[in-house]
Design a protein. Structure first.
Length: 450
């Protein structure tokens, strides 16, 4: 008996410890909700947003906190640095991810300035919601990186990171609940609408590359349309495809523009894509050849604040793009030609001048009218020293610096890999990385890249 009592006691103790461990595991999530009261003082709502979704949610969050009586500042991450966060008591981060797990453009400067090493943020309480889509390999990649950096810097999370997969309503509700604010009464974006294929026209006959089409869609709605140059259109794949991931296209038309009577048409520039394995892209080829005039697509208009004109209306514009990226540049050129203002400089690249000079007549007309002060068109398959737009920009570094010194703004539209990366490097070489980051903070360097 005496020899067995210690064993019994050890066994009983093990059972108790296991039970307590189970209780701890079950109760731990409850202990994290509701979060403890925020420290007194000003609240910062900080966002990183490429296409506008995270910025919109951040604005709604800031409005809800103000309605609760809080003093709130709203800022893109690029407008902050580690010192600003160190002086802050409460910060709420609303961030998306772009590209291959990258930071959005309005957070790139912050990532370079602040996130290379841990900071001293022991006085900061924070919460973070990351927006993303599990259809991409690096789901919420930047949100996770930012959360890790904040934790490594000693900041105190008031609740676990909330990740939102494709605008999941439950996850968004969790964000509002964690902050103790009411969900917004208005939806983040307009709902899906039907549109008819009104026109399709091949833009590059004889091209060595994949065909590029001008696509016009006519909305099946009497509501007056609302969009600006720089905004985008989401298109759902065909219903029988088993694919529910929308594809996004930058609009090349303005709401009041139409060659035909009736509702305003939405103009897109679509290349019939092929995947690396040679199979056709599902939505681009459906738009390019699968649809017939009068067939229906499901679409929704979506604002893209980061590529709108905003405070650059009275500035000279440097418009840089390649391939189907001409769509977003054309929209801005149309708006500038209508409203007037300082001139534009277009640097545009494609394959062959003979077959791929998209919108050549329109560009010539804008030059004649004075909306375009300069055009540099480069064609990679035609030879020459400056085969790509980044090479032309590097060769014109002095002119580029003069353009920026004259208070110019830069808009880049097109492929992220290759073109946009090369252009960013050329701009940084000509202007200096810090100066280019400053332009991004001022809203004078804007990109619509994919």
């Amino acid at each position: 008996m005496l020899a067995s009592d210690p064993l019994r006691l050890l066994a009983a103790g093990g059972v108790v410890l296991a039970y307590l461990g189970l209780c701890f595991a079950c109760l731990r999530p409850l202990w994290r909700r509701p979060a403890p009261p925020a420290a007194p003082g000003e609240h910062w709502v900080c966002y990183a947003s490429q296409t506008g979704g995270a910025e919109h949610l951040a604005r709604l969050t800031a409005d809800a906190l103000r309605a609760r009586g809080e003093t709130v500042r709203l800022a893109a991450l690029n407008a902050l640095d580690a010192d600003a966060l160190a002086a802050c008591r409460n910060a709420w981060f609303v961030v998306s991810t772009t590209g291959d797990g990258d930071a959005p453009d309005n957070a790139q400067a912050f990532r370079r300035r602040a996130m290379q090493t841990p900071a001293l943020l022991g006085g900061l309480d924070y919460g973070l919601v990351a927006l993303g889509s599990r259809n991409y390999a690096h789901f919420c990649g930047f949100g996770r990186s930012l959360d890790d950096w904040l934790a490594a810097s000693g900041a105190h999370p008031r609740f676990e990171r909330i990740e939102v997969d494709d605008h999941d309503s439950d996850a968004l509700t969790a964000w509002h609940d964690a902050l103790g604010i009411a969900p917004p009464a208005v939806p983040r974006t307009p709902g899906w609408q039907s549109a008819l294929l009104a026109e399709r026209r091949l833009l590059n006959p004889g091209s060595a590359g994949e065909p590029v089409y001008w696509i016009e869609l006519e909305r099946d709605s009497r509501e007056p349309p609302h969009w600006e140059a720089g905004d985008v259109l989401d298109v759902l794949p065909p219903a029988d495809s088993g694919d529910d991931t929308a594809r996004t296209y930058t609009l090349a038309t303005l709401p009041h523009e139409s060659d035909a009577p009736g509702p305003a048409r939405l103009g897109l520039v679509v290349r019939a894509q092929r995947r690396p394995d040679g199979t056709p892209g599902r939505v681009s080829n459906w738009l390019a050849s699968g649809l017939r005039p009068g067939d229906t697509v499901q679409m929704r208009l979506r604002a893209q604040p980061g590529f709108r004109i905003d405070g650059n209306r009275d500035r000279p514009l440097l418009l840089v793009g390649g391939g189907t990226g001409i769509a977003g540049l054309v929209a801005h050129l149309k708006a500038r030609a209508e409203t007037g203002g300082p001139p534009c400089w277009l640097v545009y690249g494609e394959r062959n001048a003979a077959h791929d000079h998209l919108f050549e007549r329109d560009i010539a007309r804008w030059q004649a009218d004075g909306a375009l002060a300069r055009v540099d068109a480069v064609f990679s398959r035609d030879g020459g020293a400056h085969r790509y737009v980044q090479h032309r920009l590097a060769a014109e570094a002095d002119a580029l610096r003069r353009w920026i010194d004259a208070d110019g703004a830069i808009y880049v539209c097109g492929s992220r890999v290759g073109m946009a990366e090369g252009v960013d490097a050329a701009l940084a070489e000509a202007l200096g990385r810090d100066a280019l980051d400053a332009l991004a903070v001022q809203g004078r360097y804007r990109r619509d890249v994919y």
